[in-house]
Write a protein that binds this ligand. Structure first.
Ligand code: BES
Ligand code: MN
Ligand code: ZN
Length: 500
């Protein structure tokens, strides 16, 4: 997708589709007013008849409206004027994105960024607009026998964002940022949607390397022997059952001052989670190809920030393995030694995410991080607790947690904090090692985070459990690209030194 930003009279725009907004009570946003005037009241007439539904995002496609240079006018409802906030604005844009993606037109002009969203700046509105429009155009190129996907040829490629204000560099940067975030999400989605026989640990490593080559940042890949030398017995124990060699991918993006401490992102990269010897039940087991979505979100975030050349230092650490049962797999009851020296009794081989993350988190210490954020499809319990709306957030530092919550709200990619209280720690007791890798039936998201917290004492740390948010099931099955928007927004905030 290509974006331009322009100050223009909407009725004069010679494009395939012109998008204008209207409120539920029939009030037209300024650009819609201009179209109404040019078409001698046709727009308000249609709305008076009740053709446009109240719900934000419902829309009407009008063809050859008199007095308008555009071939089509898409009128989208902004919902009730007094309820017009983040959600209605996003719903309207997501719906527009869907319509544009399936439309025969090749170019569009979108005027929605001019609608005044409560407490949000034009910069914010533009960043959201480009992000949601570009993201809505995402399609996964599935391998199909006939090769040709006719849908692929449809859809708007060029979008002009029309605003009333004068253009300036800040507004252009906002559009560019939104677009970069959508591109980062697209990469994360592609990696997630790829099946486990394609998206292997080596594939994740190759993707990270190719990205580094393109954007000129360093990517190292540690092999099994390197990890063994470092003493990563916990991480390696998960790879024991698989034919695929594990990889530890380390990405170094140096956009900030040489001495500025880096933010470290650690992403769970289990390219398929069968459960291992503690084998999962068969239903929906295919969805465990998404168990590398934490890793994908780290790679996607690197793409977004490299694309916008963000002035920040960022390290990515991705433990990538496949969790399989076999004669060489780790057994329940086996005791392994982590890089930190702490020993772990593997009571359930399906609680493998924490076993690879703990060694990656210990490895992160060497970067003397400003803070570390790990991202993982870690627990089914998180989906039970929070559903598929927010990611779970746990942290050993309340300021860092608050900052992430805030950036989640700003980006529309929200998280919700759960407690990381001392009382939960005792659930990890083991008679045979420093800790067990599971904490019993209750509070599974918290006990998983408690496990990780034992390896993150050297720095400020937050954990995002994305088990519910990284992908959708059913008809909408597919990767969501989350939490690339949240992570990128967080890093933009850091780069700009925003205090709020
Ligand atoms: N990858 C899963 C978590 C998961 C499950 C994510 C379902 C999304 C949907 C993780 O490795 C896992 O299997 N966790 C176990 C932990 C348990 C054995 C303590 C779980 O959640 O059941
Ligand atoms: Mn598992
Ligand atoms: Zn898993």
């Amino acid at each position: 997708m290509e974006f331009t930003i322009k100050t223009a009279a909407p009725e004069k725009l010679r494009v395939g589709v012109l998008v204008v907004g209207a409120f539920a009570d029939g009030t037209l946003a300024a650009p819609a007013q201009a179209i109404d005037k040019a078409s001698e009241g046709r727009l308000s007439q249609l709305i008076k008849r009740g053709d446009l539904e109240d719900k934000a995002g419902s829309s009407l496609m009008l063809h050859d409206l008199p007095g308008t240079a555009a071939e089509r006018v898409l009128v989208v409802s902004l919902g009730k004027a007094d309820e017009f906030g983040d959600k209605a604005y996003r719903d309207a844009l997501s719906s527009v994105a869907k319509t544009l993606a399936g439309c025969a037109a090749k170019d569009a002009a979108v005027t929605l960024a001019d609608a005044a969203v409560a407490k949000r700046s034009l910069t914010w509105r533009l960043q959201q607009a480009s992000r949601l429009l570009a993201d809505g155009a995402y399609r996964f190129d599935a391998p199909k026998a006939n090769g040709k996907d006719t849908k692929k040829e449809r859809g708007v490629r060029k979008v002009t964002l029309v605003i009333a204000d004068k253009l300036n560099a800040e507004l252009e940067a906002a559009v560019n940022r939104g677009h970069a975030i959508a591109e980062g999400m697209a990469l994360a989605k592609d990696l997630g949607n790829q099946p486990g026989n394609v998206c292997t640990p080596a594939h994740l490593a190759d993707t990270a390397k190719a990205l580094g080559k393109h954007f000129k940042f360093d990517v190292e890949v540690l092999e099994r022997a390197d990890m063994a030398k470092l003493g990563m017995g916990s991480l390696l124990s998960v790879a024991n059952g698989s034919q695929l060699p594990p990889k530890l991918i380390v990405m170094h993006y140096k956009g900030g001052k040489a001495k500025a401490k880096p933010v470290v992102l650690v992403g769970k990269g289990v390219t398929f989670d069968s459960g291992g010897i503690s084998l999962k039940p068969g239903a929906e087991m295919d969805e465990m190809k998404y168990d590398m979505c934490g890793a994908a979100s780290v790679i996607g975030t690197f793409k977004a920030i490299a694309r916008m050349a963000l002035p920040i230092n960022l390290i990515g650490v991705i433990p990538a393995v496949e969790n399989m049962p076999s004669g060489t797999a780790t057994r329940p009851g086996d005791v392994v030694t982590s890089m930190s020296g702490l020993t772990i009794e593997v009571l359930n081989t399906d609680a493998e995410g924490r076993l690879i993350l703990c060694d990656a988190l210990t490895y992160a210490e060497r970067f003397k991080p400003d803070c570390v954020i790990d991202i993982a499809t870690l627990t089914g319990a998180c989906v039970v607790a929070l559903g598929k709306i927010p990611s779970g957030l746990l942290a050993n530092d309340d300021e860092l947690a608050a900052e992430l919550l805030r950036r989640g709200t700003d980006s529309g990619d929200r998280a919700w904090q759960l407690p990381l209280w001392e009382e939960y720690q005792e659930l990890l007791k083991s008679n045979f090692a420093d800790m067990g890798n599971i904490g019993g039936r209750y509070g599974g998201t918290i006990t998983a985070a408690c496990f990780l917290s034992r390896f993150t004492k050297a720095y400020k740390w937050a954990h995002l459990d994305i088990a519910g948010t990284a992908w959708l099931s059913g008809d909408a099955k597919g990767s969501t690209g989350r939490p690339v928007p949240l992570l990128t927004e967080f890093l933009i905030g850091r780069a700009e030194g925003k205090a709020d």
